[in-house]
Design a protein around this ligand. Structure first.
Ligand SMILES: [Zn+2]
Length: 398
């Protein structure tokens, strides 16, 4: 058997640092064989400066929006950003598909091995068939008017069925998911959460200040969005349960949920989760930290003009953090490392090992792909990266 042997200044396993004397051994196909002291590793060790790390996991992307790179100006604010994305129709399918291919190429170059990808269309299917990256496809549905729920759900179900045909166990790699708390009716939430096998879910959560105002008070800038869309939401009355409580109760005990953005998630939200009923009960388990992941997309937040999440507060509550790039409509690149750089700049006291864990093992757990990727453990094929110590560059070794 052909082995490959790697050594660098530091080795991060996904869990912890190992001594710089450690040599990572893989098969020719990248499968992890062992980690041994250099003295026991024999000949042919490839040496690098920097950190050996498992491949990165991008927990939130919209690959199908890659053709919008540079199209939408920065700092428009949330509502104008959404209006502009919705207005961007009329691109040729060939342009969309070419941009999808380039977007995937760049993720590969940036050391990403697995992606949680939001899909409103089937445009990414041909690229995904090539099998160069692992994907969990989150087929996104939205509709705030109760009476359209079934029609909206069936449209998403038809896209889900196209993706499902690519996989032997479709539910392991595909879900139908709600877009955001302000764009999904209770009836549509019911259809989503009760769809068979739909256990891994994600939602855009607390992305803007306008969202919190809309959910909690029923007022604010989001009304401008519905006006622009010509949708009458005069029926809408906010609940009394707060921004998270308004919708988390829709989810079922066996479901896990990736909350994306969390830019104004506050202490009362986190207390709400911490104080929700114990996991043993049938109600409320999905609200618990055990089944929630908080995805950070700081470069997209900055692009749109939203605040950055209070990452220290999330850490205080031991929230499981993961990283996403969002789309090229709201980001200059699809790079997990570029997101880590931004977090490192704003939160320099957070250890590099903690950031790397969010980008590797935590992401793999969130996408339920941790039996294959996320850490250097025997039998996995997580990819092998060398990352510079100051997080400025990444090179893919496998
Ligand atoms: Zn998104």
């Amino acid at each position: 058997m052909n082995y490959r042997k790697f050594q660098a200044d530091h080795l991060f396993t996904g869990f912890e640092w190992l001594s710089n004397d450690s040599v990572l051994i893989t098969g020719a196909d990248g499968k992890i064989i062992d980690i041994v002291p250099a003295a026991d590793a024999g000949e042919g060790i490839a040496r690098f400066s920097g950190i050996l790390s498992p491949g990165f996991i991008n927990c939130h992307c919209h690959l199908e929006l890659s053709h919008l790179k540079g199209v939408i100006p920065e700092n428009t604010g949330m509502v104008d950003f959404l209006v502009r994305v919705i207005q961007q129709r009329g691109f040729d399918e060939s342009i969309i598909k070419e941009a999808i291919a380039q977007g995937e190429d760049s993720m590969l170059q940036n050391g990403i091995v697995a992606v949680g990808d939001i899909c409103n269309t089937a445009y990414t299917i041909d690229q995904k068939k090539r099998g160069r990256l692992l994907y969990h496809n989150f087929i996104e549905t939205m509709g705030f008017i109760e009476s359209t729920a079934m029609q909206r759900f069936e449209a998403s179900r038809a896209i889900y069925d196209q993706f499902a045909r690519l996989y032997r166990t479709p539910a392991a790699s595909n879900s139908i998911v709600p877009h955001a708390p302000y764009s999904v009716s209770a009836a549509l939430f019911q259809l989503i959460t009760r769809f068979p096998g739909n256990n891994l879910l994600t939602i855009h959560n607390q992305e803007s200040v306008a969202e919190r105002e809309f959910i909690e008070k029923g007022t604010g800038d989001l009304h401008r969005l519905y006006k622009a869309l010509n949708i009458d939401i005069s029926f809408y009355k906010p609940g009394s349960t707060g921004s998270l409580g308004a919708y988390l109760s829709h989810f079922l005990p066996n479901q896990s949920l990736i909350l994306v953005h969390n830019t104004n998630t506050n202490e009362s939200d986190l207390k709400y989760i911490a104080q929700s009923p114990a996991p043993a009960g049938s109600f409320g388990k999905a609200l618990h930290f055990a089944s929630l992941f908080f995805c950070l997309c700081p470069n997209a937040n900055a692009y749109i003009g939203n605040p950055l999440p209070d990452i220290d507060l999330l850490r205080q509550y031991k929230a499981a953090l993961v990283i996403g790039t969002d789309s090229l409509a709201s980001n200059h690149q699809l790079s997990v490392l570029a997101e880590l750089q931004t977090i490192n700049r704003h939160f320099p006291h957070i250890a590099i090992s903690e950031l790397l864990q969010w980008a590797t093992l935590n992401g793999a757990r969130a996408l339920q792909l941790d039996d294959v990727v996320g850490s250097f453990e025997q039998g996995k094929k997580p990819g092998v990266l060398v990352v510079s110590e100051e997080l400025s560059t990444v090179e893919r070794l496998i």
